[in-house]
Design a protein around this ligand. Structure first.
Ligand SMILES: Cc1ncc(C[n+]2csc(CCOP(=O)(O)OP(=O)(O)O)c2C)c(N)n1
Ligand SMILES: [Mg+2]
Length: 553
């Protein structure tokens, strides 16, 4: 075995082959040997202010790039990134965490070393519960197979993976990969596929108003182009959900809008719920995607596919992968158009925002202005809070231009995730729409965005605290937070003062000017504080608050 080829190199070669070009994280003594090998590799090291943010950055990176990675030290680092990995597990985002660990000889002796919690199994056990595959690399002989197992599962199943690397194994010699890693592909039973496609096509052909509901699993499996081909073959109206927003283009003539159960616009709700053959593709029926479960379908009219099975009325067909079903159905259906009898009322143009002179900012006007501002080279990240409630109304044309955690819904996700987005796609500009409360969670990563010269635009909705919580329940002092001068944050984080701009917008004119400045100044990071201390909010948040309160009655 070559002395110079090590377990660390093996990990890095596999990550690089799988498309990882950047690793996010924080050093610590147990992981320094590994980090030396990172610096010597083609993968770029991106230090973050803390490990939670490294995890969110890796998640944003993975959503754009197919796989992300983070590096942490044991205990203090490993347990700090857990929330981000749990979010990636819930939302089905593939990222790999490499955690340094105490040397194997200390582990064997059960020594009381720094960063240990109770015992040497604890961290591994935590990660086993929130990853698709986890490995403890104590043996350089078996390490290659273990690393391959974790990376392959992570890529194939689109879920996080975990590698625990004891400090004395990082530099241990190991064999090089013999060949490229080929992740396993979940197989579809061809006979079952043929049967369910025939049944779906029969129902479809007999329907007068077929429609499609485009779900988040299509996004995670990168099946947008296949889904588009299917809906275009038969020209049916289609709706997306908040979690799958923009997977299919929103200026498409067949696009009807975002379906959110009873919270949907009436025209969208009717197209979906009154369809006599609804193709529900990769939909996760989560509370925040379904208007708190206010969906009203006649299940007997739904053909639903996802999670490795197809369901048509009462019949379930197991062992059918979503992509195989979508492609086979597109080939089986006769090209035709259902649009004439059911025209889709899509919007065709972005609104042109004309600021009214000396007019104080309101929430609806903020969102109108932003909607008009976004273009195809920008990726919008919308944070839980009013941003999340306003997001369905934005028109976004390209599949990868919208990121949201509709299911796990952690506040503080978007700012660090923008770092991952910016590094994965230098040609795209991240636009973060975040709340004052959310920003306070992970504000340090503004520093890394500036340090990495990422020209992100962070719009902070300063509405004086946790507005969404105020709407969901009787207000309480727990929803108050310290008022910051948000627009001055770039001055704090940018010592040289040449890479960033901070602005507070209190009027429509100031907002329009701030966004215009950000558009023209393409190379700089911008923070725009949208001043809404009177707690104004979107119609979407009012609706959410109302529904929550009704539900409790
Ligand atoms: C990590 C995390 N902690 C707590 C919550 C609960 N939570 C949801 S929204 C919210 C308040 C958000 O406030 P802000 O970011 O200011 O947005 P606003 O509602 O004011 O628009 C909180 C605390 C959460 N979703 N995630
Ligand atoms: Mg707020």
């Amino acid at each position: 075995m070559e002395k110079s080829y090590t377990v660390s190199r093996y990990i890095l070669d596999r990550l690089h082959q799988a498309g990882v070009g950047h690793l996010f994280g924080v050093p610590g003594d147990y992981v320094l040997d590994f980090l030396d090998e990172v610096l010597a590799s083609p993968i770029r090291w991106v230090g973050t202010c803390n490990e939670l943010n490294a995890g969110y950055a890796a998640d944003g990176y993975a959503r754009m790039n197919g796989l992300g990675g983070a590096v942490v030290t044991y205990g203090v680092g490993g347990l700090s990134i857990v929330n981000a990995v749990a979010g990636a597990y819930a939302e089905q985002v593939p990222l790999i965490v490499v955690s340094g660990a105490p040397p194997a000889r200390r582990r064997e002796a059960g020594a009381l070393v720094h960063h240990l919690v109770a015992n040497y199994q604890l961290q591994l056990e935590v990660f086993r519960k929130i990853t698709v595959a986890a490995a403890l690399l104590t043996d350089p002989e078996t390490a290659p197979a273990e690393i391959d197992r974790v990376v392959a599962q992570c890529v194939a199943r689109k879920l996080p993976g975990y590698l625990e690397l004891p400090a004395d194994i990082a530099r241990a010699p190991c064999r090089r990969p013999a060949s490229d890693l080929v992740p396993p592909v979940a197989a579809t039973d061809p006979a079952v596929l043929a049967e369910c496609v025939a049944e779906a096509a029969k129902r479809f052909d007999g329907a007068a108003h077929p429609a499609a509901l485009i779900g988040v699993e299509l996004a995670r499996q990168r099946l947008g182009p296949d889904a588009l081909r299917l809906v275009e073959t038969v020209e049916i109206p289609f709706a997306t959900m908040l979690s799958s927003k923009s997977l299919l283009p929103e200026f498409h003539p067949q696009f009807v809008g975002i379906y959110q159960g009873g919270w949907s616009r009436e025209s969208v709700r009717r197209q979906v719920e009154e369809s006599d053959c609804l193709l529900s593709l990769g939909v996760w029926m989560t509370d925040l995607d379904t208007g708190l479960f206010s969906v009203n379908f006649d299940e007997s009219r739904v053909v639903s596919a996802g999670g490795g099975r197809v369901r048509i009325g009462p019949r379930v067909y197991d062992g059918v992968q979503l992509g195989d079903f979508v492609r086979a159905l597109a080939s089986a259906l006769r090209p035709r158009s259902y649009l004439e009898s059911h025209p889709a009322p899509g919007r065709t143009l972005k609104p042109v925002f004309a600021p009214r002179p000396a007019c104080g900012l309101t929430a609806p006007r903020l969102y109108e202005c932003l909607d008009g501002f976004l273009d195809d080279d920008m990726v919008l990240l919308a944070e839980p809070g009013d941003a999340f409630c306003a997001a369905p109304e934005f028109m976004i044309e390209e599949a990868e231009n919208f990121i949201v955690q509709t299911y796990y819904a952690a506040i503080g996700y978007c700012t660090p995730a923008a770092l991952g987005v910016g590094l994965a796609r230098p040609g795209k500009r991240p636009v973060v729409l975040t709340g004052d409360g959310a920003l306070q969670m992970t504000v340090q990563e503004l520093s890394t965005l500036i340090r990495q010269r990422c020209p992100a635009i962070v719009v902070v909705i300063n509405n004086d605290g946790y507005l969404v919580e105020r709407e969901l329940h009787e207000d309480g002092a727990y929803n108050d937070i310290q008022m910051w001068r948000y627009s001055e944050l770039p001055r704090v984080f940018d010592c040289a003062g040449d890479a960033s701009i901070g602005v507070r917008a209190t009027t429509e004119e100031e907002l329009a000017a701030a966004l215009d400045g950000a558009r023209r100044n393409k190379d700089k990071f911008h923070l725009i504080e949208a001043w809404l201390p009177n707690r104004d909010c979107s119609a979407g948040l009012r609706q959410l608050g109302h529904a929550f309160r009704q539900q409790k009655k």
